[in-house]
Design a protein around this ligand. Structure first.
Ligand SMILES: [Mg+2]
Length: 269
């Protein structure tokens, strides 16, 4: 474990809520990474809390709970936050019930309806939301481009350009939205998800903890760690996913702590 500043050891002692990334931090393709289970049991034994925060809005909470359960990890739906769900909640808090055109899967459309929005297909919306959509069609891109060009609020659930898959990178929300950006010559009004601090501020409020009692753990510097820095909480980079030693040297985004994996963090909390 590397503590990058004198204060980071003390900062870690104060943490009550750990906000964990999933892919590359906790698990890889659904399989828990080394030390992940040990980390969870340490947190539980010490009466501290953990939640998962992911930009991936392609999976439902039920699917995540099921996936964790397969590996004997007990997590409730209240402990999982996805950029898609938080976008639905945020839009409702800020703008109330709106007509929304969604470039996304049926699962994300259901989430928006559940949060009180009117999801429209063939009538003019107030807001256009783009998310990770494995059922993407030309028709969806065309409709979204027309609405955005007319000045409808243009919202992305997350900025990620690609999503890792076993065959290589596949287009995520940011890439899908770039087609609409080019066609309509408009920039998005709101880009939700990590590294925008809004999503973390919502979680901090729900758990009623202070910033100095919150820690973000992740494997990407420009999403997970940047989110923590922007929200002014403690940050830990794990080396089980994307970021490698070379990236840390070359980046000006610096975590408070670098850990080999979650198991190593368990020894220090
Ligand atoms: Mg990750």
């Amino acid at each position: 474990m590397i503590f990058l500043n004198d204060n980071s050891r003390n900062k870690l002692k104060k943490i009550k809520l750990f906000v964990l990334d999933i892919d590359g931090t906790f698990s890889l393709s659904g399989k828990p990474l080394p030390g992940a289970k040990e980390f969870i049991s340490t947190i539980k034994n010490q009466n501290k809390h953990f939640v998962f925060l992911t930009n991936n809005s392609n999976k439902s909470l039920e699917e995540y709970v099921f996936e964790f359960k397969k590996h004997n990890i007990d997590v409730s739906k209240k402990q999982i936050f996805t950029a898609g769900i938080e976008t639905a909640e945020y839009i409702y808090q800020k703008f109330g019930r709106r007509k929304i055109y969604i470039v996304g899967t049926n699962a994300i459309k259901e989430i928006f309806s559940k949060y009180g929005h009117e999801v429209v297909e063939n009538e003019e919306p107030d807001i256009v939301v783009i998310s990770f959509d494995k059922s993407l069609t030309y028709e969806k891109l065309a409709k979204a481009s027309v609405y955005v060009s007319k000045g409808k609020l243009f919202v992305l659930t997350n900025p990620d350009l690609n999503c890792p898959s076993k065959d290589g990178p596949i287009p995520d929300t940011g890439s899908i939205a770039s087609v609409i950006e080019k066609a309509s010559d408009k920039k998005p009004n709101i880009v939700f998800g990590k590294p925008d601090p809004l999503i973390l501020e919502m979680i901090i409020k729900k758990f009623n903890v202070k910033k100095e009692e919150t820690c973000v753990i992740g494997d990407r510097l420009y999403t997970d760690i940047l989110l923590g820095i922007r929200a002014e909480v403690t940050t830990i980079l794990v080396l089980t996913g994307e970021a490698k030693g070379e990236d840390i040297k070359n980046s000006n985004i610096k975590p408070d702590i670098i850990a080999k994996d979650l198991g190593e963090i368990a020894k220090f909390i």
